[in-house]
Design a protein. Structure first.
Length: 310
């Protein structure tokens, strides 16, 4: 199979693999460990994986002031805050619901871009935004898709992650990656996140040793490794097949996340939720810009529609 013919298969593989990180994250929380303890070890894995890839490419950390600022901003907006919200909310909500809610990132990013005047208003994208909001409302309807009405209270917390991913994507789109390629940038952001996370973890008493490895610890290691490897693959794919093509991964991630939740966790969903999923993905398709801005490496920020912690 030539490279052109292999790209759809690679796109599907990346989306299916990334979709598994949501239910794996839920399994990781079953250990009872605090969110920042989980984030700390998640970042350890990401640093090891992305660091190995960076060193193999002969590209280490960039220590210019602009790069350091990028690392800190992306670590806070793209990892510490959204992942803390994820680990708290996923213990109370089905992983499949979390996978659907993550698709709201571009829906939130659009009004942010309008406020900052980095995007122009269009009725097509407004309709997409309204459809996306309608899908979220359908999930929250009484008896629609949540097995327990008390779970509705955690929907706003679950949306904190998409909000901060949208803020991060807006920052990257506005200020760039300080001249780094995406793998270098995410390696540095992972290191910064690790350094920022450790004192918070210790102060909150959430530090733990992941040994001996049980099911939750293995799930955390698998989720973190998958993200790091698939992110690198995503960047490679976007650089060769184009940002527009690579952005379609977001739809596969959302659908795959729901299916993985059914397979790994035995979750089942009502017909209303499946309808909400279709409506939201259609809304996302309308909101996505026709010609997304390309990064220096040719890759669009994958967090515009994907859950991918730094």
């Amino acid at each position: 199979m030539n490279r052109r013919g292999a790209m759809p298969a690679i796109l599907l593989s990346v989306g299916i693999g990334w979709g598994a990180t949501q239910p794996l994250g839920k399994i990781a929380t079953s250990s009872g460990h605090g969110p920042f303890g989980l984030i700390f070890w998640q970042l350890v894995v990401c640093v090891l994986v992305l660091g190995t890839i960076s060193l193999a490419r002969g590209r280490g950390l960039v220590l210019r002031r602009a790069a350091l600022r990028f690392y800190v901003v992306v670590a806070v907006l793209g990892t510490l805050v959204p992942n803390a919200a994820f680990y708290v909310s996923v213990t109370r909500l089905p992983a499949g619901i979390m996978s659907i809610l993550i698709s709201t990132v571009p829906l939130i990013a659009f009004p942010l871009a309008l406020i900052l005047r980095s995007e122009r208003f269009s009725f097509r994208r407004l309709i997409g935004l309204l459809l996306g909001l309608g899908g979220v409302a359908m999930i929250a309807l009484p008896g629609a898709s949540l097995p327990d009405r008390a779970m509705v209270a955690f929907l706003p917390l679950a949306l904190v992650g998409p909000l901060f991913y949208a803020l991060e994507g807006t920052y990257v789109a506005r200020y760039g990656m300080a001249g780094m390629d995406p793998v270098q940038a995410m390696f540095g952001a992972s290191v910064a996140g690790l350094l920022l996370c450790l004192p918070v973890t210790l102060a909150l008493g959430q530090f733990f040793w992941p040994l001996p490895l049980g099911r939750p610890e293995l799930a955390l290691a698998a989720s973190s490794s998958l993200h790091a490897l698939l992110y690198a693959t995503y960047v490679w794919m976007a650089a060769r097949a184009g940002a527009v093509f690579a952005a379609q991964t977001s739809y596969v991630v959302t659908g795959a996340g729901v299916l993985w939740a059914m397979l790994l966790l035995g979750e089942r969903f009502s017909p209303v939720l499946w309808l909400a999923l279709v409506i939201m993905l259609f809304g996302v398709a309308l909101v996505q810009p026709r010609s997304p801005a390309r990064s220096p490496a040719g890759a669009r920020d994958p967090k515009q529609g994907l859950e991918c912690s730094a």
